[in-house]
Design a protein around this ligand. Structure first.
Ligand code: PA5
Length: 464
């Protein structure tokens, strides 16, 4: 399947005709799966029309994107660095797009650092390394109630104050819920600039909102083109019949491998610089959206795993080939790369002479094809995606594609892909353990359970 965008989705290796291991979809099953996906997409569209979910609107918020681009241009004149604080959906999209577009130094913009871990051995060195007189801090939290981001924010404010005295406030920007939460209150009370995350857009679906757009624009990414790519995907999705619709086809296939022929693991194998971070973004989207309990108490979900080609061919592919048939595979690759260098002709032993004098890329491509071929011979179901260009339009379209696929698969599975009760529970326990006011009974209950557990601890000490 091809379009002006040039993203090629190849579902051949999930068809029963091509996959004689019994793992493939026969034509009637595929037709039924496509019908289910179509119905599920309509159900998601109804929730969208009712205002419950907002990610499909994000590509159309062009006025906001233009304003963000103008603000970012002003920031580029005033600062050299941007420190982004946030975690999960408030960080992974920004990291993914930056890396997909070539990482630091690929464009003229602020040097953007995304701090998404409170490991002190990571965070403090990052904070110390930044020139706080020339750094703008962007703290991103939809809820405002995430302990990690709140602690980072306090430390960053401290560093801003030390470097800039009273003038710290206009070096800080908050990105948060339009009405609620600690961050919004802080913005109002302290007069700190704040961008809204639409109330009906959750963290992992928010990369095309100010959550991602602000830092990306500051880094010099064309956020207008990111959105126009996503709009193209939206139009494709809305305009094509299921058999030619990449979103519905993919959703049908993945829903099949999640429910009808359950594969508990979904492996993304990426071929191309920068795609690993995109895989990380996808892991959150897939894992957190689809790993849920249904109303009847049964569980669904797929563990999202990532592997980097060709490196992990030599660490994971043995398992994929001969291990349990419990995985569905998605291979993701840039259609082309930039480097054109050859392997020298002379440097090879006679047995490896086929490598000499040829582009290194030929080997990379052969590894991609060969790995797919090997897994195919082992009867593994494989979806293959090739992204035509490493630019904003293609990345925007690709991310939006996965948001839709995830939403439709979630609906097929009978769960709500837009909530995250498990994550919220973890956040509450963390805050309680840190001594949050009003959470003492939760803390006591948790500690009581921990103390009552049957211990099985082995400690190894020097000399022991
Ligand atoms: O997808 C989600 O909702 C979560 O992973 C959040 O993005 C993450 O927990 C951070 O939450 P917040 O943006 O509220 O700080």
């Amino acid at each position: 399947m091809k379009d002006a965008l040039d993203i090629r989705f190849d579902f051949s290796l999930v068809l029963e005709k091509n996959l004689r291991s019994g793992e493939g979809l026969a034509a009637p099953r595929l037709r039924a799966a496509l019908r289910r996906a179509e119905k599920a997409a309509l159900a998601v569209a109804r929730r969208h029309a009712a205002g419950e979910i907002g990610f499909p609107d994000l590509p159309f918020r062009e006025t906001e994107a233009r304003r963000i681009s103008r603000d970012a241009a002003r920031m580029r004149k005033r600062f050299t660095h941007m420190l982004v604080l946030g975690i999960g959906g408030s960080a992974l999209g920004t990291k993914a797009v930056l890396e997909a577009l070539g990482g630091e130094g690929a464009r003229k913009g602020l040097a953007v650092t995304v701090a998404d871990n409170v490991d002190p051995d990571v965070f403090f060195p990052v904070l110390r390394s930044l020139p706080m007189k020339k750094t703008v801090v962007v703290a991103v939290s939809k809820s405002g109630g995430t302990a990690e981001t709140n602690s980072q924010l306090s430390m960053a404010i401290d560093a801003l104050k030390k470097a800039n005295g009273g003038a710290w406030k206009d070096r800080l920007i908050l990105v948060t819920d339009p009405e609620k939460g600690i961050f919004r209150r802080m913005a109002r009370e302290e007069g700190i600039a704040a961008y809204p995350v639409p109330a009906n857009v959750g963290g992992r679906f928010s990369v095309l909102s100010p959550v991602g757009l602000l830092p990306l624009a500051a880094a010099g990414v064309s956020v207008g083109r990111l959105l126009s790519g996503a709009r193209r995907m939206e139009a494709l999705f809305r305009g094509r019949k299921p058999e030619e619709n990449p979103v519905l086809f993919a959703a049908a296939v993945y829903a099949h491998y999640m429910m009808a022929d359950p594969k508990p693991v979904h492996v993304w194998m990426t071929y191309g610089e920068g795609l690993e971070r995109v895989a990380e973004w996808w892991q959150q989207l897939w894992g957190e959206s689809l790993g849920k309990k249904r109303k009847d108490g049964t569980s669904v979900g797929q563990a999202p795993a990532r592997a980097v080609g060709v490196t992990d061919q030599h660490s994971q592919v043995q398992l994929y080939q001969d291990g349990p048939a419990d995985k569905v595979y998605t291979f993701v690759k840039w259609k082309e790369g930039k480097e054109r260098g050859n392997v020298p002709r002379a440097a090879f032993a006679p047995d490896m002479s086929m490598l000499g004098g040829r582009p290194l890329r030929d080997l990379f491509e052969a590894e991609f094809e060969g790995t797919i071929g090997a897994l195919w011979s082992a009867g593994r179901p494989i979806v293959r995606v090739e992204i035509g260009a490493r630019d904003e339009e293609h990345i925007g379209a690709f991310l939006h594609f996965w948001e839709w696929v995830t939403a439709v698969v979630g609906e097929c599975a009978g769960i709500d892909p837009f909530d995250q009760p498990g994550v919220e529970e973890g956040k509450k326990i963390t805050r309680a353990l840190m001594g949050e006011k009003g959470s003492s009974s939760r803390r006591e209950e948790f500690l009581r359970k921990m103390r009552a557990r049957t211990p099985a601890v082995i400690r190894v000490r020097k000399g022991g």
